[in-house]
Design a protein around this ligand. Structure first.
Ligand SMILES: NC(=O)c1ccc[n+]([C@@H]2O[C@H](COP(=O)([O-])OP(=O)(O)OC[C@H]3O[C@@H](n4cnc5c(N)ncnc54)[C@H](O)[C@@H]3O)[C@@H](O)[C@H]2O)c1
Ligand SMILES: [Zn+2]
Length: 360
């Protein structure tokens, strides 16, 4: 599949076993690539590095590895500087390619570094988590965190190529897999009733990381994401914003519950909340909200709000980038697989709805 963005267009490949083809795909797609730096963490490299190294070597590239901390710890200004120092030390030039080999955390750090290193070098995303394959590896958003909040320092950096191998997900801890499935449910609710049904039907196979079931889902989600990105690359038209379904409250809960809550777990809580607001406003039927709740529950994802203080939640929501001109914008579902509406929501309504769930 191709993400069509004029001269920044790029292909997204999704197939089981494709890790062995990464080297030849780079040689084909980025023929002027002179050297490849693989940005990854020790954990990921230990699990799947051998396969990637073989594939790069077979295509004539030397696998030069730069290890970064695992998970969210990689996403800092300090790690960005350290990574850039490594690249300079090892003599990577403007024709070098950065390969992001990991989950969303590695992808975001490597994407940001590729955007600013020597004013920008080529980037290849080889996502290894479900969340990264269905979401973060596509679309060009790359950011690291600031002590004041998540993703506050970043750039748009479209990759030149995305290669997803769902077989890599077999080693993913169940919790990480479920976190990715939460984003899959998100795509189903905002854009694709058929995908939603598929997840209802194949929930067990997906949770067992069955490559056939995962491949189908990753392809579908990648196509949906590409569609939004093509229409609104820089997230300025209010189209790409639909992808933030569940993320307004989700980000707040995620920040307040760090480090023990996964991104997708927080998004599930956020989708539950946005769904309840929608039902309250008459935008979505109660039965559709129940279907969403049941599906998330069957995937091991809670939608109740954890034990947090109302003031903390409100503060965190307001600190998030989604607040514009003082009002909090929510993505409100209108059904299963129908386009959501995006509208500012009055603080009193948020307080009332949170209050009904026992948040005080
Ligand atoms: N840029 C975007 O558009 C975008 C979109 C969504 C999320 N994100 C960002 O993505 C990040 C979350 O990404 P994530 O959920 O992929 O988490 P992650 O990158 O933190 O990875 C989670 C854990 O899984 C491990 N792991 C990765 N691949 C594995 C594999 N194949 N087998 C076993 N373990 C593996 C990692 O080592 C890590 O410990 C957040 O920082 C979020 O802000 C970015
Ligand atoms: Zn998300």
């Amino acid at each position: 599949m191709t993400v069509r963005l004029g001269e920044r267009s790029y292909p997204v490949y999704v197939a089981p076993g494709l890790i062995s083809g990464v080297g030849s795909l780079i040689a084909e797609r980025l023929p002027s690539a002179s050297g490849c730096a693989v940005v990854t963490s020790e954990n990921i490299w230990g699990l799947h590095g051998g396969a990637l190294a073989n594939s790069l070597e077979a295509a004539g590239f030397k696998a030069d590895i730069v290890l970064v901390p695992d998970g969210e710890e990689a996403k800092s200004w300090g790690e960005t500087a350290r990574l850039i120092g490594e690249l300079l030390d090892r003599g990577f030039d403007r024709r070098s390619t950065l390969i992001a080999f990991g989950g969303g955390a590695v992808g975001d750090l490597a994407g940001f570094a590729a955007a600013i290193y020597l004013r920008g070098i080529d980037l290849v995303q080889v996502p290894t988590t479900l969340l990264a394959q269905v979401d973060s590896a596509i679309g060009g958003k790359a950011a690291v965190n600031h002590p004041m909040g998540k993703n506050l320092i970043g750039a748009f950096k479209q990759p030149g190529l995305v290669v997803s191998d769902p077989e890599l997900l077999a080693s993913l801890p169940g919790r990480e897999l479920r976190s990715g499935l939460s984003e899959v449910v998100k795509y189903g609710v905002i854009a694709d009733p058929e995908l939603f049904r598929k997840v209802e039907e194949k929930g067990d196979a997906l949770q067992d990381a069955e490559p056939g079931a995962l491949t189908e889902v990753v392809r579908r989600c990648a196509t949906i994401k590409a569609g939004y990105v093509e229409q609104d690359e820089r997230d300025l038209e209010g189209i790409r914003a639909a992808l933030n379904y569940g993320h307004t409250l989700g980000h707040a809960v995620e920040t307040l519950s760090a480090p023990w809550m996964r991104h997708g777990e927080a998004v599930a809580i956020g989708m539950g909340f946005a769904g309840r607001v929608s039902v309250g406003l008459g935008l979505m039927k109660e039965g559709e909200l129940e279907r969403q709740r049941d599906l998330l529950a069957s995937l091991g994802l809670e939608t109740g709000i954890p034990d947090l203080k109302l003031v903390e939640i409100l503060d965190a929501i307001k600190r998030d980038k989604k607040v514009e001109g003082g009002s909090v914008r929510f993505v409100l579902p209108t059904g299963i697989g129908t386009a959501p509406v995006i509208r500012p929501i009055d603080e009193t309504l948020i307080v009332r709805e949170l209050g009904r769930e026992g948040v005080g």
